[in-house]
Design a protein around this ligand. Structure first.
Ligand code: GLC
Length: 502
């Protein structure tokens, strides 16, 4: 066989293999229906008291965590608050001035989370929280020196801080909660089971910031939800003229998660006495942080490929948990692609200039090195010979590719992102159906307040999600009533709002 013939044979085999990989990533209407039904069942199960002999750390269903937030802001809230937000990529400290007219001003300091906190198992809680407190101190010195020293030299005035901590915590009240487990790559063992507000406050005190009082603990989804409520009804804002209160606050970024308001009488996991007390006080609903990243950890219904299994078992820091997140969120999209590429290479179908696995570029062999940003460039590349893709892969992985390889890689990227967006429709459809939200208001229009890099920047993600909503049990009529709004800075404003009521 001539070189050309061998080459053509390999290409044919590659195309066939990629066809079958893409097929494995496909999610159809029947699957969406099955998953939506199971999502609703899982929500109901998660609202019940924990089964005998289980605690939050061993429970594998969706956590459905009561947030202790029982009201929605209406935009008239006022005051200056601090907010701190530990996410999967950055730590942000901000001051939020709520003006009481749906608007606010925000100053912030964003610091990337040092790599060793994510990679090194021996980093301690003390090191992490001391870093957070030091960054808080830097923020105050830079943006609010006036707060550090009162004019007469007396102690500075107390400043309330809302802490957005976007990991599963067993919330004890509005102002405290213990970490159930890390997600999104953190591994610091001695934080698990501890009260994260206390850990942070202790380090703030150590930085002589005793006047900063961490009074509220919240999740980024809850923050997004509350921020959206605060802004809704602002007639002057360019994009929010018609904003109404959201039904869901959600994140599609490094991780994915969502919250919604549940009737207190349904939250059976809250002690009866406490539920009755809330009802007597006239409270009817409480925000539930679903932690939908952990939807179907048992893999009863979620689609699963060998790549998903490998990522969970071999490469993730929380094997067996957050399996929905591992198919949907930004942290994993690149890793899925990387695993597929390694597999195609092992089958002798791509990157044939590298004879063995060990010869592949180091970055291609490094877990989580391929970011979803690279996928977003490949997704929409329409340049001749997929030149943009070539450059992206060279730059990100030092990986040279042929035009044929790139065409196949693009197909795989599109299959991975489509599955992510289709699966993302499941919890949205599930919550809308469970709360009967489409039948609550005139015309049944509903808002979904979203934040996160994937929903904001990944090309086509929102329209694929919408398409999946129309294929889901909501149908095209339901889908048309759903308004997906990006609620930026949600966690800062939301944390400030929590601090206000704490
Ligand atoms: C992860 C966290 C969750 C957070 C989400 C989005 O799923 O467990 O608490 O809301 O990421 O940041």
């Amino acid at each position: 066989m001539s070189f050309e013939e061998v080459h053509e044979k390999v290409n044919e085999r590659l195309t066939r293999k990629v066809d079958s990989v893409c097929n494995e990533f496909a999610v159809d209407a029947a699957k969406l229906e099955e998953l939506t039904e199971y999502f609703i069942e899982s929500m109901n199960a998660g609202l019940q008291p924990l089964p005998q002999g289980q605690d939050a750390s061993t429970y594998r269903n969706m956590p459905m965590i009561p947030s202790f937030v029982t009201g929605k802001p209406n935009g008239s809230e006022r005051g200056l608050f601090l907010a701190a937000d530990l996410g999967g990529t950055n730590f942000r400290v901000c001051s939020v001035n709520l003006h009481g007219d749906h608007t606010f001003t925000l100053r912030q300091l964003k610091s990337p989370i040092p790599q060793e906190f994510l990679e090194d198992e021996h980093v301690s809680s003390h090191e992490l929280f001391s870093y957070l407190a030091r960054r808080t101190s830097v923020f105050l010195r830079k943006h609010h020196p006036e707060m550090l020293l009162a004019d007469d030299g007396s102690m500075p005035k107390e400043l309330k801080l809302g802490f957005t901590f976007s990991y599963p915590v067993q919330q004890k009240g509005l102002g405290s909660g213990t970490l159930i487990r890390w997600t999104k790559g953190f591994k610091i063992k001695d934080t698990v089971g501890k009260d994260v507000v206390q850990l942070y406050q202790r380090e703030l005190d150590a930085q002589q910031l005793e006047f900063v009082r961490a009074v509220a603990l919240t999740n980024d989804t809850v923050g997004t939800f509350l921020a959206h409520c605060y802004r809704s009804g602002d007639a002057n804002s360019a994009d929010s003229g018609e904003i109404s209160d959201p039904v869901i606050g959600c994140i599609f970024g490094t991780g994915t998660n969502g919250c919604y308001m549940e009737k207190i009488e349904n939250i059976k996991k809250l002690p009866l006495e406490f539920r009755s007390q809330l009802l007597r006080e006239g409270k009817t609903h409480m925000i539930i942080n679903t932690e939908w990243g952990s939807f179907d950890n048992e893999l009863k219904h979620l689609p699963s490929t060998k790549y998903d299994v490998a990522i969970d078992q071999k490469y993730s820091s929380n094997p067996g948990f957050h399996l929905f997140e591992k198919r949907v969120s930004g942290m994993f999209l690149g890793e899925i692609l990387r695993n597929v590429l390694i597999d195609l290479h092992a089958d002798g179908l791509i990157f044939c200039q590298y004879k063995t696995y060990e010869q592949l570029p180091h970055r291609l062999r490094s877990p989580f090195e391929l970011s979803s940003e690279v996928l977003s460039h490949i997704e929409i590349d329409d340049s001749t010979g997929l030149r943009e893709t070539e450059l992206s892969l060279l730059q990100a992985l030092r990986l040279p590719t042929t035009p044929e390889e790139r065409a196949e890689i693009q197909r795989i990227v599109r299959a991975i992102s489509r599955r992510s967006a289709y699966l993302a429709a499941v919890p949205i459809a599930g919550i809308l159906i469970k709360t009967d939200a489409l039948h609550q208001h005139y015309h049944g229009e509903v808002e979904i307040g979203c934040d996160g890099s994937v929903v904001e920047y990944y090309p086509g993600f929102r329209s694929m999600l919408r398409h999946a909503l129309s294929l889901s049990p909501l149908g095209p009529d339901g889908e048309r009533k759903v308004h997906i709004r990006i609620a930026k800075d949600g966690s800062g404003v939301g944390a400030a709002l929590c601090a206000l009521v704490a």
